[in-house]
Design a protein around this ligand. Structure first.
Ligand code: FMN
Length: 176
């Protein structure tokens, strides 16, 4: 199959996640186009057999570029088998309230863009202190301490479960 992976990222973890997805799908014999969306992309999702969209949560929203891309292509995207990867840190704790909030963020994204993914997966992201400026670093240290997450403020801490992500892809492929 020909699969489009379109993503938005702020600190880079979603790019890493999408490269992993691309490698996994290529390893399974599929052909993959990997695209970091900019909002004004001239790409036609109708040319692909299936699509994966991925974006990360920052202050309860996905990147504007992903909102623009999904809005501009909502019809074509919704007609394809699709998987939406929502990358965040809130998913790590597994708290029901935080999981419900993440579901609401995806629902708001769908409502705003008109894109209704066939399957949604909440994926754990990372603290990327090597990418943060001074103020972001302070804010993220505060968030980590509130969540009792033990992080080194001078390096990155990754929570992405690569085996679980591989399983998600395998299960999704099986539905196509
Ligand atoms: C400024 C900032 C705000 C964030 N806001 C949220 C949030 O509201 N909810 C959440 O679960 N994670 C939040 N995160 C965590 C990111 O979703 C997480 O670090 C993710 O891995 C970022 O992916 P990216 O590197 O692809 O941008 C935030 C991170 C930063 C730096």
């Amino acid at each position: 199959m020909k699969i489009l992976i379109a993503y938005a990222t702020t600190e880079g973890q979603t790019r890493k996640i999408c490269r992993f997805c691309a490698d996994t799908l290529i390893g399974a014999g599929h052909s993959v186009e990997l695209l970091q969306v900019q909002g004004d992309d001239r790409i036609d999702p109708a040319l692909y057999d299936a699509v994966i969209l991925a974006a990360s949560v920052h202050i309860n929203r996905f990147q504007k570029d992903m909102v623009r891309f999904a809005t501009a292509n909502a019809g074509a995207l919704s007609r394809k088998p699709s998987l939406f990867l929502s990358v965040s840190l809130a998913v790590c704790g597994g708290e029901p309230e935080e999981l419900a909030a993440l579901d609401r963020i995806v629902a708001e994204f769908s409502g705003e863009t008109g894109f209704h993914p066939g399957h949604v997966e909440q994926v754990a992201g990372a603290f990327r202190f090597t990418e943060y400026d001074f103020f972001k670093s302070l804010a993220m240290r505060y968030i980590a301490s509130r969540r009792d997450q033990d992080v080194d403020p001078h390096s990155d801490t990754e929570y992405t479960d690569w085996d679980a992500l591989r399983m998600t892809l395998t299960d999704w492929l099986a539905t196509l």
